[in-house]
Design a protein around this ligand. Structure first.
Ligand code: G3P
Length: 316
C-alpha cells in the first residue's frame, strides 16, 4: 500500500504558486480548501453528472469516445448533443472532450470546432500512439497538436499518459493538464509481470527485451516500475511527475485518471495529484463507511429518545 511515509511535501511549493481552486474574494469566511484538489466526474452520462454537480461533489467532467458510447451516443450528432449539454450544465467548469481525428491538421480543425461550443471546453489530445494506429502517422502528432492549440490559447489535456517523460513533453508542448491512467498501469503490471522478477518489472523491461543491452529504451523509471507493489504503480508515477513538475515549477495540472477503487483516490492525493477524475459509481459512495452508518443509526435512535421524553412530558 502506497503510504504516507513515501510521500514528500514538495508538491506544496508548486501548488502555492498556482491559482486557487476555490477562490472566495470578498467572503468573510475564506474557503478552507482554497487550494484543495479539484474532483471531476469521469463519465459522459448526464443523469449521473447532474446530481453530483448540483451537490458540489464535482467541478468538471472528463469524457472520451468510450464514455460517450456508454452514455448512449450512437452517432456523431448524438455525441455532439451530449457534449453540448455537458458544456452547458457545468459551465464555467471544464468539460474535457477527446479528439478522434489522427492527423495534425484534422485534429486542430476538430479542436477548433469543439472549442466553439463553450469557453469551458478542454481538448483531450492522446499524447502518442499514432504510429500504432497506422505506421505512416507521425508519432509526435499529439505534441504538435498541443503546441498548436496552446498558440491559439486553447486548453489541452494530454491523455493516455503512462510515464513521466510523456508528462514532461506534454507540459513543455503547452498542455494545461496531463492524465496519467493509474488503473490501467496497475492492470498492465498485474497481467504482464514475471513473478520471478521484482513487481512492476514489465513496465521497466518492456523495451529492454528487444534491446538486450540498451537500457536507454526502458519505458518507465525503475522507481515507478519496480519500486514496490504492483497496485502502487499509479501513485508512484504520479509522485514522480509531481516531483519533476515541482522541481521546475511546471503549472500543468496532474489529472489522475482511470480509478478502480477508493484507496487509489487517497493514494493519488498523497502522491501529489492536482485533480482526480473519478467514475460515477465511486463518486456516489464517497461519503459511505460502515462505521458512519452504524454511528448515524445510533445517533438517530438516541435523538428519538429525547423527542419521546419531551412528548411524554407534554402529555402529563
Ligand atoms: O479518464 C480516463 C479514463 O476514462 C480511463 O479509464 O477505466 O477506461 O481505464 P479506464
Amino acid at each position: 500500500m502506497f503510504n504516507i511515509q513515501q510521500t514528500k511535501s514538495g508538491a506544496h511549493a508548486r501548488r502555492v504558486r498556482m491559482a486557487e481552486t476555490r477562490p472566495t474574494p470578498g467572503k468573510k469566511l475564506a474557503h478552507p480548501s482554497a487550494r484543495g484538489p479539484r474532483i471531476f466526474a469521469d463519465t459522459a452520462t448526464i443523469a449521473d453528472i447532474k446530481p453530483l454537480f448540483e451537490a458540489g461533489i464535482i467541478s468538471g467532467v472528463t469524457t472520451n469516445p468510450t464514455l460517450m458510447k456508454k452514455a448512449g451516443a450512437n452517432s456523431w450528432s448524438h455525441a455532439t448533443e451530449i457534449a453540448r449539454q455537458l458544456i452547458e450544465l457545468v459551465a464555467p467548469n471544464p468539460v474535457n472532450l477527446e479528439l478522434t481525428e489522427l492527423t495534425e491538421k484534422e485534429m486542430v480543425a476538430q479542436a477548433l470546432q469543439f472549442a466553439q461550443w463553450g469557453e469551458n471546453v478542454v481538448i483531450k489530445v492522446p499524447v502518442g500512439g499514432y504510429a500504432a494506429v497506422d505506421k505512416s502517422y507521425d508519432p509526435h502528432t499529439g505534441l504538435k497538436v498541443i503546441r498548436a492549440l496552446w498558440e491559439k490559447d486553447i486548453k489541452t489535456n494530454a491523455t493516455l499518459v503512462f510515464s513521466s517523460t510523456q508528462a514532461l513533453w506534454a507540459a513543455n508542448a503547452g498542455a494545461c493538464y496531463i492524465s496519467p491512467f493509474l488503473g490501467r498501469l496497475a492492470d498492465y503490471a498485474y497481467k504482464n509481470d514475471h513473478p520471478e522478477r521484482a513487481p512492476g518489472n514489465s513496465l521497466y523491461w518492456i523495451e529492454d527485451h528487444k534491446n538486450s543491452n540498451n537500457d536507454q529504451n526502458v519505458s518507465n523509471s525503475e522507481y515507478v516500475a519496480c519500486g514496490g507493489d504492483r497496485k502502487d504503480i499509479g501513485p508512484r508515477l504520479i509522485q514522480e511527475i509531481s516531483a519533476i513538475f515541482t522541481n521546475y515549477d511546471i503549472h500543468t495540472e496532474i489529472l489522475a485518471a482511470s480509478f478502480r477503487n477508493f484507496s487509489q483516490l487517497t493514494e493519488c492525493l498523497l502522491a501529489g495529484a492536482d485533480i482526480l477524475t473519478v467514475p460515477a459509481n465511486i463518486l456516489q459512495k464517497v461519503c459511505d463507511h460502515p462505521l458512519t452508518e452504524a454511528g448515524m443509526a445510533t445517533f438517530f435512535e438516541d435523538s428519538k429518545a429525547f423527542e419521546n421524553n419531551d412528548r411524554k412530558a407534554l402529555e402529563q
